[in-house]
Design a protein around this ligand. Structure first.
Ligand SMILES: Nc1ncnc2c1ncn2[C@@H]1O[C@H](COP(=O)(O)OP(=O)(O)OP(=O)(O)O)[C@@H](O)[C@H]1O
Length: 204
């Protein structure tokens, strides 16, 4: 059935219908709608203003939120001046090394002692999560420092003999000489088989 477009009683809003100006029901108070955006725009255009700090570090465990200058947001007014406490606050002058020492060293040591540990970063875009984790080439973050600590700690402890075999999930069994010979024969036959398959593949 074709829709009855002339039927004004069954008005269907659509992008075509919205071309028609809305009927005003009364005078609009323009003063209620007016807002001075020059402050907001100057935040974007002036680089010195964009880097304004919204957080003031009170001490090593607490921060106070400051509203952004020229902020028109009611939400920020609500949280402005609120104090938040943490187990440790690192200020903007903290170096990557200090941050690693203060946050990661103990968990990495715990991990080396056999405990599970989880590290994650959380924050808005541009907060500095990647910078903290990865860092720069000249000033590496917590991930490369962690790897460095892990590898340094296992140096000299690597077992290079080939007489261990994984058994179940986390156990290893030490092989007898005969078992090592058997395992080596199995590995060699797998390698031979792989080579034959490769040659076959290249021939045809
Ligand atoms: N502590 C810091 N010192 C110097 N520069 C920093 C610091 N933290 C972040 N930056 C710089 O700020 C910018 C944004 O940081 P980064 O890319 O780490 O943010 P992010 O939280 O990972 O963002 P996204 O969620 O968008 O990936 C980068 O140019 C970074 O080099």
């Amino acid at each position: 059935m074709e829709p009855n477009l002339d039927n004004e009683e069954h008005f269907r809003p659509s992008y075509i219908a919205s071309v028609e100006p809305l009927q005003r029901t009364g005078p609009v108070n323009v003063e209620d709608l007016k807002t001075d955006l020059s402050g907001d725009f100057s935040l974007v255009s002036s680089s010195s203003d964009t880097s304004q700090s919204c957080i003031s570090v009170e001490d090593s465990t607490s921060i106070i939120l400051k509203p952004p200058q020229n902020s028109l947001s009611r939400l920020s007014e609500k949280t402005a001046g609120q104090k938040f406490t943490f187990s440790q606050v690192f200020g903007p002058e903290t170096t990557q090394e200090e941050f690693f020492e203060g946050t990661m060293k103990q968990p990495v040591q715990d991990f080396l002692d056999g405990y599970n540990r989880l590290i994650f970063t959380y924050g808005v875009t541009n907060a500095g999560k990647t910078y903290t984790f990865q860092g720069t080439e000249d000033d590496v973050g917590i991930l490369p420092r962690t790897m460095d600590m892990l590898f340094k700690s296992i140096q000299g402890k690597l077992y290079t003999a080939m007489d261990f075999k994984p058994h179940r999930c986390r156990d290893y069994i030490k092989l007898t000489r005969d078992q090592v010979r058997e395992e080596t024969a199995i590995k060699n036959s797998i390698l031979r088989l792989t080579k034959e398959v490769e040659e076959h593949f290249f021939l045809y």
